[in-house]
Ligand binder design. Structure first.
Ligand code: UD1
Length: 360
């Protein structure tokens, strides 16, 4: 008979709340236990509570309430609190996903206490070590005991770094999530923003490389403001803070951009599925655009999701005014095929199968 396993799941940022849903469902279905730990990295109601509510997730069992801080202090606080928690809860394994500071803290805490760590969304590389996320994912991959890779390229990246044992190509949990929630997308947001299907652009900007200095951010906004379609931009708190430092009336300065507060998953799905183009620096939104078969321009010079560029559905633009406007004008999406580069939408099932094989 299968042993019941006890998992400690460490989450802290929006995409991790989403990915919890299909995984948790599969674990509970098979009689396993999951203790949900929220580090508190995302703490605003519309970055956290709203997601839990829309996704039907129970309140986290434990909230570490770490909040904002420098990378070192945020990660350090999480690490210290997780240390105590893991010693007390004695889980059979820890699950972490992606590349956030919460991922890094969870992976390090588990590995130091010799609790097996399962890294979901493992093996992604931008090859740009200036990105905090690149450091987080490299460390998490190298200290984890099981690696679940969302793409074939991610499996190859791990092999190139000598990680070949207990690596599983599972597909992307975000795709499982998309398939479950796409039909529940809240289309009311279209009328509330006075939008017509396929006549607007959805954009998000939050990466450090685009929001650390006002000059870069202003250049991106200037480019978005010059496009021939209205741009909807849910404003991440980091981006808002950067604009606030510039003390500028950005709403007046960029009239083609509708700046709105961060929105829930069901609203972003509706905006995404009906957009003409998505222009983003987010790894999550980029993939979701692909799932919805909406072309996307990645406002970066590298991406971890290379298959999507090869497919033709996405291009990398860089982040200057000239690069973005040129990419937009030259981006041709015609008769493209959709391939399951992110798996079959059964990543949760494959991850739990792999965990049962390795951990029992
Ligand atoms: C983090 C991840 C990124 C992921 C993203 C998902 C790291 C290093 N980065 O980026 O990989 O794509 O989450 O959204 O972990 N803030 C608030 N309220 C909140 C959350 C953040 O005001 O609820 C502000 C804080 O001032 C904070 C800043 O936003 O300093 C940045 O937040 P942080 O969680 O550090 O990184 P993200 O940019 O969200």
């Amino acid at each position: 008979m299968r042993n019941k396993l006890k998992f400690l799941r460490v989450v802290g940022a929006r995409p991790q709340f989403m990915q919890t849903v299909p995984l948790r469902k599969e674990l509970l279905k098979r009689g396993h236990e999951e203790i949900l730990v929220h580090t508190g990295q995302h703490y605003d109601d519309n970055m956290s509570k709203l997601f839990f509510k829309q996704l039907g997730l129970p309140t986290a069992d434990i909230n570490l309430q770490v909040g904002s801080g420098t990378h070192g202090s945020q990660t350090g606080q999480m690490l210290s609190k997780l240390d105590d928690l893991i010693s007390k809860m004695k889980p059979d394994a820890l699950t972490v996903d992606g590349d956030t500071n919460s991922t890094l803290a969870g992976a390090l805490a588990g590995a130091k206490l010799q609790v097996p760590v399962v890294h979901i969304e493992a093996g992604l590389r931008s090859r740009d070590r200036r990105m905090p996320e690149e450091i987080n994912r490299i460390v998490a991959d190298h200290v984890s005991s099981m690696l679940c890779a969302p793409t074939k390229n991610a499996v190859e990246n791990l092999a190139a770094e000598g990680i070949k044992d207990k690596v599983f190509f599972t597909g992307d949990l975000m795709y499982d999530c998309f398939l479950e929630y796409a039909e529940k997308a809240n289309r009311k947001i279209l009328s509330s923003l006075d939008l017509t299907e396929k006549h607007y652009i959805l954009s998000t900007i939050h990466r450090a490389e685009n929001t650390s200095d006002l000059y870069t951010l202003k250049d991106i906004l200037k480019a978005l403001n010059s496009l021939d379609k209205k741009v909807i931009l849910p404003l991440h708190p980091r981006t808002k803070a950067c604009l606030a430092r510039g003390n500028m009336d950005y709403i007046k300065k960029f009239p083609n951009i509708a700046f709105i507060d961060p929105i829930g998953y069901l609203e972003i799905l509706a905006l995404l599925m009906n957009a003409a183009v998505v222009m983003t620096d987010s790894g999550g939104l980029q993939r979701e655009a692909y799932f919805a078969q909406v072309p996307s321009i990645i406002l970066r010079s590298s991406t971890e999701w290379v298959e999507q560029i090869e497919s033709g559905w996405s291009i990398l633009s860089g982040n200057s005014y000239d690069q973005i406007t040129t990419a937009y004008c030259n981006f041709l999406v015609d008769k493209l095929k959709y391939h399951n580069i992110y798996g079959e939408g059964n990543a949760a099932l494959k991850i739990v199968d792999a965990m049962e094989t390795c951990l029992q």
